[in-house]
Design a protein around this ligand. Structure first.
Ligand code: ZN
Length: 393
């Protein structure tokens, strides 16, 4: 595996950057000052907005590199084509970091964006990331962090404790298969594990979900928090109908407080359908952990302070302002100024703020729970509206 040290040394780089630096050095051009902008061409799956993640790692990468970086906050909502970061300095000092800068933002932002859209589909109900088994273990914590920034209520990896969070999980089929009997396995789970772990019984191992759900409710009584349906694909039929049936049968026997947790092959659309059918919580794996990455690119927009860009790219350093009331955004030339929203009269806020100045991190690290709760507020604001982006020099 690549080590953190190798990434910090700029070893994770496309060879053409290393070659470019060599050419520029030999011609005395490596000290030319450039301003580069990071922006996405599109948001995965045709969604209209994404959630930015990886900002803290970007700061760690640029610490000690003699550049200035202005960037949106971790968990900020962004749309295609607007700058999410502006990095400036001598090109020779940071050219070899472009590959890692983009990777540190593209993948976590894809995960956070997907998690946010699943969380909205769940209509406020809990969504847990169960998918770290689908990706390289070396990046599991980064993926879990991004999924929580995007709005997941928890994730299953025990290393999450390094981020000050408790891992979330129920029980695997292996536990029930080794006991050879569902009820004995559920009882053992209840006897052995600490009280603060919710009693969630997996109810699809040997029999029908309805029969096992009733058995679990009778076996653990008041102590049963939820039943989990992880029905195999070959038996799935219509999951919506299974959830509705299990809910009905539990309710009609007086087990209204037992919740229904669904996992296995879920995406945003299925989560929405199941939520409407009566499911209370969702374990989502591959759809979140293997999320499409955001296609961030990094382009020169100014050379020695003067606007210069490739065709198709607006030249000059830019700031993005957003109205806190109606979420309208304005992309405008860089500089301190106050802009009032033409739609609702509110003072608009600049989104690109100092992150690293001359190689020093100038932004405090934020608690991940705090980042997540602000993301939840913002996605509630943007869920039913089109985010208008205006361009005004
Ligand atoms: Zn406004």
């Amino acid at each position: 595996m690549v080590t953190e040290e190798e990434i910090k040394k700029g070893k994770v780089t496309d060879v053409y950057f290393a070659r470019t630096v060599k050419i520029l050095k030999s011609k005395g051009l490596d000290k030319v000052n450039v301003s580069m902008e990071v922006s996405a061409h599109s948001i995965p799956r045709g969604w209209s907005w994404g959630v930015l993640a990886g900002v803290e790692e970007l700061a760690n990468l640029l610490e000690g590199v003699d550049v200035d970086c202005y960037c949106m906050e971790e968990g900020e909502i962004f749309t295609p084509e607007i700058p999410v970061a502006l990095i400036k300095g001598e090109y020779g000092k940071f050219a070899i970091y472009e590959t890692s800068i983009l990777g540190l933002l593209s993948q976590p932002s894809g995960v956070a964006t997907t998690a946010a859209h699943v969380k909205l589909a769940a209509q406020g109900k809990p969504v847990v990331n169960f998918g770290i088994r689908r990706m390289h273990p070396g990046i599991s914590l980064s993926i879990e962090r991004a999924s929580i920034i995007g709005g997941c209520d928890g994730s299953s990896g025990i290393l999450l404790e390094e981020l000050g969070l408790k891992p979330v999980g129920t029980m695997p089929h292996a536990l029930i298969l080794i006991f050879g009997n569902q009820a004995e396995a559920w009882k053992a789970f209840d006897e052995v594990l600490p009280e603060d772990i919710p009693r969630v019984a997996l109810v699809d191992t040997y029999w029908d979900e309805k029969a096992e759900a009733i058995l679990a409710a009778k076996t653990l009584g008041e102590r049963l928090y939820a039943v989990r349906l992880d029905t195999p694909r070959s038996r799935r039929g219509k999951m919506v109908d299974i959830v509705r049936e299990v809910r009905w049968e539990l309710d009609s026997r007086g087990f209204k407080n037992v919740k229904i947790f669904v996992s296995g092959g879920l995406d945003d659309k299925k989560v929405k359908e199941l939520s409407e059918a009566g499911a209370d919580a969702f374990g989502v794996g591959t759809f979140i952990t293997n999320a499409e990455t955001v296609d961030f690119g990094m382009d020169i927009v100014a050379v020695e302070g003067k606007p210069r860009s490739k065709r198709g790219k607006l030249s000059g350093e830019k700031q993005v302002y957003r109205c806190p009331e109606c979420f309208r955004m304005i992309v405008t030339r860089w500089g301190d100024r106050s802009i009032v929203c033409k739609q609702c009269g509110a003072e608009m806020e600049p989104l690109l703020k100092p992150l690293v100045i001359r190689g020093k991190i100038v932004r405090d690290k934020r608690d991940i729970t705090d980042v997540r709760s602000r993301v939840l507020e913002k996605i509630e604001m943007v869920k039913d509206r089109e985010i208008k982006v205006l361009y005004e020099v």
